[in-house]
Design a protein around this ligand. Sequence first.
Ligand code: SF4
Length: 399
Amino acid sequence: MSAPPGLFARELAGLALAELAERSRSASPAQVDALLRRVAPAGGADPGRPAAGTAHLGLADLAVLLSPAAGERLEELALAARATTLRRFGRAVRLFAPLYVSNACLSSCTYCGFAKGLPVVRRTLDLDEVEAEGRLLADRGFRHLLLVSGEHRAEVSADYLVGVVERLRPLFPSLSIETQTWSDDTYARLVRAGLEGVVHYQETYDRARYAQVHVAGWKRDYDRRLSSFERAASAGARRLGIGALLGLAADWRADVLALGAHAAFLTRRYWRTEVSVALPRMKPSASAFPPVVVVDDAEFVQAHAALRLFGPDLALSLSTREPPAMRDGLARIAVTTMSAGSSTEPGGYAAPGTAGEQFSISDERPPAEVAAMLVAAGYEPVWKDAFPLYGGNLAGQSY
Ligand code: SF4
């Protein structure tokens, strides 16, 4: 049985997303010009202009920033986004690593290299193997881990995941999960065990497209997935990660608009919780899924700059799916959180090549090299927050 729509699903239904997307496609140069004057860094010709990051933008503004007309002004857009990022986040970029604990999956998502039935070598790490992978990553400097798995309720049960969090918590002050979605009770158990963050990408907010590509399994339930953040935040998760997989739906601007709306909703409702946004682009995997649209590099930068200006306080996250030049550039514009030295197969840090990977990565630099790049660019790689969000017993708070 499908889950009932959550709070954001109801808000999304009233947003007239198709009209906003059309507004984005047809925005005029004059509209872009007016908006750029509102968001451009102060100190230029207009002394009355607000400082970067202080203009309050709505979804209609985000639509204009994502438009082809705004794409013609990409350099100005990137400069405004950079000024906003520096103002709100300084020169700190948080580094984290994914730790794949299992690639067993009972769901069939047509774009994923772990989908049920694909002939990949399956592996679920036992707790000793998880700890061995964790110690390798701790030795490389990481203090933030993202625990990733497919959706297999027997192999990656709630008990198993609680055990993983308990085993790794002494090594890592910040642990997040990117797994199947869970009930309120399980999120609360995980938070009590030491979990800090929950990442569930909606992949696409287009219901019809979602149904086409999520053909079977737990993930097929659009509303259960979309409402998972409401359960996780209410259970005390301190970080929420949302995302859209670019290349999955034909209208990428509509998905970025919905993602912006989702981020704004979560920020407003769960104001003590950090909201992180990601825009992964489709990469080759065992699924051989062809993207229905290619978001080119300029559009990819534009989308990040637009989201930064729309949500000055949002953490923007970038994975090793992207090549070094793109990652190095976006760290200077909008991105505040990056993975580094990633493996996307279970056990892939200790013994690479023994299980199927979820997708191929494009930035194979070791973490120390990514950190050195940031330092050379005048940024501070942050392995561990000075004040971890987890620590106070905020579970059960009312919002
Ligand atoms: S996206 Fe997640 S649920 Fe879907 S097939 Fe891949 S691992 Fe399984």
